[in-house]
Unconditional design. Structure first.
Length: 280
């Protein structure tokens, strides 16, 4: 079934894009076959270093689906994850990418690691999207799961600024990408075109837990919760362990406690879980 651009946030579209996010994890031959067989779309893999996306097209739509990253599966991996998270500062974009984000305003700051991941793939990806839209003008959808959702949001901004209009951005279990000023900028640039799907048992949308000084992370608009109220105790504990990570002092007992809670919830982060939730 093709994407329907007439209804904002249409559930059938979201379900289809969740499938695209699942296929984004596949190697090229397998992924292209899955897009064709299950979604009726012709797809090509664009991969540079550690950033991977599929560009999929049919007669009515263009879809960019970014691959996510693997969540930590051990206590040691979790500690590394926390320290990496703490060291990925909120920064002002520079160079060519900075030009695209200048319209976000003086106070806007963005996650350094996510910006770098997008920069890796930007040239071949943007050229391929432009070629697809030049061949036939169609709605452009940008989607991603986990890290892929964060990169999708940043990519949508750059598409917009480079005159490649985005119809909708749909993310699943995505972390935050910037501070409050950045979130406000997304609301201006992509009004009512961003839909963030979050299972409240999923710990990843609570990340990054911290940044330096007063530059705290904020999610952008239109969160769609798939289950119940947010687990406040877990969020608070994750925030505490993140602050100790920034100080370079990982409190062992606190890390163990949070890892236990995270390990119980990590299945909620996987894209098959989001697909099940969307099926009701």
């Amino acid at each position: 079934m093709p994407l329907d651009s007439s209804i904002p946030g249409h559930l059938a579209n979201v379900q289809l894009l969740a499938r695209a996010c699942q296929f984004a994890y596949l190697p090229e031959a397998e992924g292209a076959a899955a897009f064709q067989a299950e979604l009726g779309m012709t797809a090509r893999l664009i991969s540079v270093d550690n950033t991977q996306a599929y560009l999929a097209t049919d007669e009515q739509s263009v879809v960019v689906a970014f691959r996510g990253s693997q969540a930590p599966t051990s206590l040691d991996g979790f500690k590394d994850w926390l320290l990496t998270n703490a060291n990925n500062l909120l920064v002002v974009p520079e160079g060519r990418i900075g030009t695209d984000f200048a319209a976000a305003g003086v106070g806007a700051r963005f996650h350094r690691g996510f910006m770098e991941a997008l920069a890796e793939i930007w040239e071949p990806l943007s050229a391929a999207v432009r070629e697809a839209l030049d061949a036939k003008e169609r709605p452009l959808w940008v989607t991603g799961h986990s890290l892929g959702g964060a990169i999708a949001l940043l990519a949508a901004w750059r598409f917009q600024r480079q005159f490649l209009p985005v119809h909708e951005v749909v993310t699943f279990g995505a972390p935050m990408v910037g501070n409050a000023a950045a979130a406000e900028a997304f609301a201006r640039e992509l009004p009512n075109r961003v839909f963030r799907y979050v299972d409240v048992e999923d710990p990843v949308p609570l990340l990054p837990t911290v940044s330096l000084v007063a530059n705290t992370y904020r999610h952008c608009m239109n969160e769609v919760r798939l289950q119940g109220p947010s687990p406040q105790a877990f969020a608070e504990a994750l925030g505490k362990v993140g602050r100790t990570a920034v100080e370079g002092l990982l409190n062992a007992s606190l890390v163990d406690e949070v890892w236990g809670m995270l390990h119980q919830r990590i299945a909620a982060h996987l894209i098959p879980n989001y697909q099940r939730r969307l099926q009701g």
